[in-house]
Design a protein around this ligand. Structure first.
Ligand code: G1P
Length: 276
């Protein structure tokens, strides 16, 4: 059974400065809900109810968000405004939260390794909250789709989508042998290649399921692109030594780490999902 999910949330959010000077980027609201809550709700719906955050300096608001605010509860109790707290109360009743801090920014691989203390020796999901993934109406969400595949293959899985050639340099990119139903067996993977070096147009999106041998592999992974310890490099080792699958998920993804993506997500949620 897989029931843990790791959220690396220590990044600075420089693209949203000055908004993110004192505000954790994961707390930016898409309409009335912080970005990170969408990710946590997705994990819970997929059955991953033990949520671990790899946080950093200036991110206290994330821990406060998933904790009880006694003043607020007291103030709002019986006031007719309780409905505004329903979604976060529901999240809090269904999941347990734990936190550890990454005190140096050495890349996504390093963030995942920092989370080892929260995960231990079991498979786990990873959600990068910047990537807001919304399911097709009535369909399971992206993490739930991945859990289903994990239960079949029992190896690490990365979510992928096709991206235009001139955007490929922003992503980890895979090459793989196509199997059925949007599944690929990965045989190559490169972090943020130039478009002439990209092995395909299939970019990794911020949803992963990882088997725990990834921790030792990361420990032995040298800094790569931008001198950071890259999860993509560790996953390539795992693919070469064993098996990694890539899965072309069903649903819509918004790159909320960019202003354009964030605005599109906001419009989409307001028009399709928001109810007062
Ligand atoms: C990270 C990963 C990259 C992946 C991307 C998805 O990059 O390193 O492989 O494609 O997330 O959002 P970042 O966007 O954190 O630079």
């Amino acid at each position: 059974m897989i029931n843990k999910c790791l959220f690396p949330v220590a990044g600075y959010g420089t693209r949203f400065l000055p908004a993110t000077k004192a505000l954790a980027k994961e707390m930016m609201p898409v309409v009335n809900k912080p970005l990170v809550q969408y990710g946590v709700e997705e994990a819970i719906e997929a059955g991953l109810t033990r949520i671990g955050f790899v946080t950093g300096r200036g991110k206290r608001a994330i821990a406060d968000h998933f904790d009880i605010s006694y003043e607020l509860e007291h103030q709002i109790s019986g006031s007719g405004k309780e409905k505004y707290l329903e979604s976060i109360r529901s999240v809090m009743s269904k999941a347990q939260f734990s936190f550890t801090r990454q005190n140096e920014m050495k890349g996504l691989g390093h963030a995942i390794l920092t989370g080892e203390t929260l995960i231990g020796n079991e498979p786990f999901g990873v959600v990068l909250a910047d990537d807001l993934c919304l399911p097709d109406p009535g369909q399971p969400n992206v993490m739930a789709q991945m859990v289903k595949i994990f239960n079949q293959f029992r190896c690490s899985i990365v979510a992928v989508m096709e991206v235009p050639e001139d955007e490929i340099h922003k992503y980890g990119v895979i090459k793989g042998e196509a199997m059925k139903d949007g599944l690929y067996r990965v045989d190559d993977m490169i972090e943020k290649p130039s478009k002439d070096k990209a092995p395909s147009n299939l970019a990794i999106i911020g949803r992963y399921i990882l088997t725990p041998d990834i921790f030792d592999i990361i420990r032995n992974t040298k800094p790569g692109k931008n001198e950071e310890i890259q999860l993509t490099d560790a996953l390539l080792t795992q693919a070469q030594d064993g098996c990694v699958m890539a899965y072309r998920f069903k649903g819509t993804r918004f790159d909320c780490g960019s202003v354009d993506g964030f605005v599109s997500a906001t419009n989409h949620v307001y028009e399709n999902l928001y109810t007062e």
